[in-house]
Design a protein around this ligand. Sequence first.
Ligand code: GLU
Length: 448
Amino acid sequence: MDVSAYIEDVYQEVRRRGPGEAEFHQAATEVLTSLRPVLERHPEYAGSGILERLVEPERQLMFRVPWVDDAGRVRVNRGFRVEFNSALGPYKGGLRFHPSVNLGIVKFLGFEQIFKNALTGMAIGGGKGGSDFDPKGRSDGEVMRFCQSFMTELYRHLGEHTDVPAGDIGVGAREIGFLFGQYKRITNRYESGVLTGKPVGWGGSNVRTEATGYGTVYFAEEMLAGRGHSFDGRRVVVSGSGNVAVYAIEKVHALGGTVVACSDSSGYLVDEDGIDLALLKEVKEVRRERIQAYAEARPTARFSSRGTVYDVPCEVALPCATQNEVRRDDAVALVKHGVLAVAEGANMPCTPEAVEVFREAGVLFGPGKAANAGGVATSALEMQQNASRTTWSFADTEAKLATVMRGIHAECRATAETYGGNAEDYVLGSNVAGFLRVAAAMAAQGVV
Ligand code: GLU
């Protein structure tokens, strides 16, 4: 069999079926390209149509979300849930509320989620959802009414054994609370495990809030350790200033590094003394303001709306903002400044051109589906606690998260070594290791 031609055929079918779904095409081709050495060893996966089935979601939901704003005006948004793959467990993945959300974005996120979730070794399938609703500038009442309307359609597709959403960009504890309340009201069931990312106190897990950021730093720490380095004394740049970024900064500081810059969609912030986390949390989480307010409150800081955060020299970069934020030029600047490692806290923040620059320069690169799997892994821990009606301590939960991240790192290396001869090829390692778990389950479950 000509494996390359077969993979190209599968990819062309993806493009034909979903014209305009650029981000999904990007995510699909990245994974499919990695699978050549796997299909050469396991031609049986081609025979049972695993690839053709993997790239086609099991179910795709799109629905109208009408709600009334504070001025009494009727607003209409579009809701999505893509239930991509349930070979390993119930569909699992976050909800993103952001004006950029469309089917192509949700499909890319859902597709990535299949492999990420498989890598955790936990019993979770892959899915993703969201809406083009923009929570920015909306009152709590408006956000609540939107969430209630969204759940009024979505509830019929969810269940602790069916589909378990969580947060993503624009969806945090507040939104999860409103969504859970409406699900409970409609179904008349206190089904804790139907949503994760709940606040600690009524079914949420310790460390879930911190998990994606912490996990990304653990992963980067492991990559650095492979070359005899650590975070201690290192200059670090983090993009974004949301949930993932904030807790990545916290963990870098705990490990002795200094995060000197972070960003939001309006620009970036440099603080040579190291980002003051208490102030950043106050600005972002309490006041829900832009990071410019941080610079105004701290004399050592400066804000810039020109260039990108990657213009700031650093030894480790953690892109924690959004997809395709790191362009070729940013990667070239990072390499010029001598970056050692890049680990993706966001989903697919580095463009393929940027990844190529890192590869050529020998920079350690941890792709999101491995490096940011700590969030969803801790969601799976939340599901375990909900199922057994228990709560684990912060320390116990964090220890489990650290174990999962180290396990993913080790598995990526071993798989990359086996299938490509280079343990540091984390792209190959994560794609192949995730694929092997899902493919084995799909093959065993027959053509479904
Ligand atoms: N949205 C997160 C991710 O990209 C978390 C998903 C979850 O916890 O289900 O993995």
